[in-house]
Ligand binder design. Sequence first.
Ligand code: NAD
Length: 697
Amino acid sequence: MSLVRYETDGNIAIVTIDSPPVNCLSHGVRCGLVDALEQADIDPSIQAVVLIGSGKAFSAGADITELGSPLAFAEPTFYGTVLGMLDAMSKPVVAAVSGVALGGGLELALGCNYRIASPGTKLGLPEIKLGFMPGAGGTQRLPRAVGLECALNMTLSGDPVRAEDFAGTELVREIAVGDLRAASIEFARTIAADRPLPRLRDLKVEHPNAAALLQFARGVVKSNRRALPGAMPIIDAIDAAVNKKFDQGMQTELALFTALAESTEAKALRHSFFAERNAEKIDDLPAGTVPREIRTAAVIGAGTMGGGIAMCFADAGIPVKILEVQQEALDRGLAHIRSNYEASFKRGKLSEEQFNQRLDLIQTTLSYQEIGDADIVVEAVFEELSVKEKVFTQLDAVMKAGAILATNTSTLDVNQIAAFTKRPQDVVGTHFFSPANIMKLLEVVRGAKTAPDVLASVMKLAKSLRKTTVVAGVCDGFIGNRMMEEFLRQALFLLDEGALPSQIDKALEKFGMAMGPFRVADVIGNDVLWSVRKRRYIERPEWICSKVADRLCERGWFGQKTGRGWYLYEPGVRVPQTDPEVARLIEEHSASLGLVRRKISDEEIVGRCIYAMINEGAALLEEGIAQRASDIDVVYLSGYGFPARRGGPMFYADTVGLGNVVRAMRRYARNPNGDASFWEPATLLARLAAEGKAFTK
Ligand code: NAD
């Protein structure tokens, strides 16, 4: 079946892209377009063409499933052949745009002579977000359609605009209220005889001070350490649109596009895009597993996490009841939720109606009887096994058959928690991150007995909560925190040997981490990390960790909440201040160990912290805790501020080369003041390195 339909209505040809769900420009579509355009051009009875998409989209652009395959660039190419044919048509082509015209979809519309759009249509060039830049004239035609400033905004943000906001401009000639197809045919009749044919390529990009604006844009990108790799090439291409002839500009765009597509940073972004999609898949879920219906929810505990989780449900339109042991705790929790929503309302992110709806969806109770009919209950009480036991025993007694019992524990054994009930198959871990209503990541922890349909249900629910989900097996810390522990352990050893918190934080922030480990620790609370270490000292006496953080905690310097931690937090000063007393404490600690402090390079700091994390990631893969290396990357990109342009720790290791990672680890193992056993490569890492293989390919 052809993916492009050709029909006529009198002397108008209607070319319909019919490739659900979003009319991507796959090879088949391109073939169909070329045939249809040729047919319309040859037929003397045809005076104008309407190009339209079937269903809900004009076109969402390139077919990403073709990416990396020869089909992506097979003839007829989009860039050369399809757009070349549009340029050479002897009759006007009207793009009738509805739903979305994104990426190549918008470039296709821009290649037509006119654009008519339905209200609500989204037009955009999101390539930058995927590690690309527009590569089929987007950077050349868009500035000619919307002006320099708007084109820079659209291409550098990747965010779409609404067609209505551009009605009457070169981008959208008219908004068609009602039947788009009929309106476009009507429009095509009125302009069929107009000559010359209007083409964006024939316009100039007018701007009173283009050079200054381009320079400003370059300056902004240069000073932004998290700028995406496509940003500078996009500005260079738009510069060419301003200063070169159209065809020369197109060549510049193509050269920049090709170089970018080959860059490691762009590959990293594409990796993360596919990694996120893959993470939704659970490899061994039996085919045909039907998720359970989740229409109502309950949350146990109205603290930091419970409140945030309840907001996630309310934000998704799911009614939720929060249960606590005491009314004061409920009142406090609800007041916090209300003030969060009030802040969103004041910032214009929620309308008054939405604000009221959200609060109406959240109810509170002190009685287990009142939550028994919820489809899912998420427990978020204190992190103590005895408390979890009390809660799960009660849940087992009151929850209806088939209800999903989820725990938000971050360190306890989900299997042990499941064993507190007579229905371990219904128990699952849902590890939200703080603040739960904002952080994208959700680790779904699969217990030994968790039923497949429970897993499937939680994965589906996570989607409606707009979370990025990764499945993890049961272990202490799951994927994210288990790797983070090794990262932090190295950071503490580095303090003992000669570095200071600010140097370590700066080095890792320069590498691209959103925040260095000591700033993070001060946010989480050093007491929280201390309690984990204290547990380790008892459970694993052989476990080696610097005691320097314990010295800090013994002084009550827990971080932001106590006004001092690794840094000083003075009232009214937003930036953490370095603290000479902390430096003294660290130096004294080194002396107590008999260590002569040395100057440590930023390179060593980054290598030791990041490779420690990667080695643990390899162990997680080996143990089957993580399903695939790319899942680990998703955890780190969406929950731990790992730089997007590095693609996550496992992809980053691949770009360094696993052989190089192992060699560096051996070098660190020879450090006379270090713990050589720490640097024993995980079996999987050692094997892949020896075989010259990678984690993610
Ligand atoms: P919190 O101390 O802020 O809140 C816990 C709440 O549970 C309190 O309001 C308390 O009154 C209530 N509670 C205690 N026992 C109860 C019981 N028997 N029945 C009903 N309510 C009870 O703690 P939190 O930070 O929200 O953590 C909750 C859970 O989430 C813990 O398991 C924690 O490990 C996990 N977690 C926390 C974070 C985080 O960053 N805070 C992140 C991920 C997971």
